[in-house]
Ligand binder design. Structure first.
Ligand SMILES: Nc1ncnc2c1ncn2[C@@H]1O[C@H](COP(=O)(O)OP(=O)(O)O)[C@@H](O)[C@H]1O
Ligand SMILES: [Mg+2]
Length: 260
């Protein structure tokens, strides 16, 4: 049975896409059968791992809007071996097109959740959410078994977190996804030399006790370099310190075992 994990934050630039790709790569390395779902119309994840989408095959827009399109129809194998359900800018209008088709009935429950959970031969699906609390994020929260909050270590992100938690609570409403579990808060872009970062991490731990991951991801330009080379960090900097942190974080929050 596949486990669907949504990585969310309505703020852009806090490290969601980088976290999604890196955790997926580490989980795959540990032997899990993993696929990535790009639910952001800006398609950063797709540009990272599947940069040349030059054919007419369906994408996430079609998966959300067309009942006849299944996950297997859109998954692409990428250079690094990771499977990706790619997005294009069309995805931005998928919720309104879907709403027109379903006339609002069963909108959240029917369009994505059953399709992701029907994924054959997969252990883990990581969903990279867009930077908004709009319909696409709601689709992800209703489709997911677990949600993880990705955040940088800045006060602006800390201040925005209450709104995201309220949105997660809304997704737990009866009839939507009352079973949605939380994997907690995953801090990234942490720089121990910067007082602001240390204070925000402290604030997070005080305000959300027991919910902040132990393995905090530090700031490194190597993640941008990995993007530039269209590979995950596990390939670009196999033995790097931050790569090891992602491996530990996978074991901590996704419980993916390391091979003996
Ligand atoms: N741990 C990190 N250290 C340094 N830069 C990072 C880190 N994580 C992400 N970045 C960079 O920050 C920018 C935004 O990251 P991204 O993952 O695209 O955020 P989001 O998906 O939340 O918009 C990118 O340029 C990315 O390379
Ligand atoms: Mg992103």
């Amino acid at each position: 049975m596949v486990r669907v994990v949504a990585l969310a934050n309505q703020k852009g630039g806090v490290g969601k896409t980088t976290m999604t790709v890196s955790l997926a790569a580490c989980a795959a390395e540990a032997g899990a059968r993993v696929a990535l779902v790009d639910l952001d119309p800006q398609a950063t994840l797709t540009r990272w791992l599947a940069p040349s989408l030059d054919d007419d095959r369906p994408t996430m827009y079609d998966l959300v809007v067309r009942p006849d399109v299944l996950l297997g129809d859109i998954l692409r194998e990428t250079r690094s071996g990771l499977l990706v359900a790619p997005a294009t800018i069309d995805l931005a209008v998928a919720p309104s097109d879907l709403q027109r088709r379903l006339r609002g009935v069963g909108l959240w429950q029917t369009s994505l959740r059953p399709k992701l959970h029907a994924a054959p031969d997969l252990d883990l699906l990581l969903v990279d959410c867009p930077p908004s609390l709009g319909e696409l994020t709601m689709l992800a929260l209703v489709a997911a078994d677990d949600v993880a909050i990705v955040t940088n270590c800045e006060l602006t992100a800390f201040d925005a977190m209450q709104d995201l938690i309220a949105c997660i609570d809304l997704a737990r409403s009866p009839g939507l996804n009352p079973e949605l579990r939380s994997l907690g808060i995953l801090p990234t872009m942490y720089d121990p030399r910067v007082g602001h970062c240390r204070q925000v991490l402290e604030l997070l731990r005080t305000h959300y006790p027991g919910q902040v991951a132990e393995n905090v991801i530090r700031r490194t330009i190597k993640l941008a370099d990995a993007y530039a080379r269209n590979v995950p960090i596990t390939e670009y900097d196999r033995h790097g310190e931050v790569t090891e942190s992602f491996r530990r974080l996978v074991r901590e929050v996704l419980y993916v075992p390391q091979p003996a």
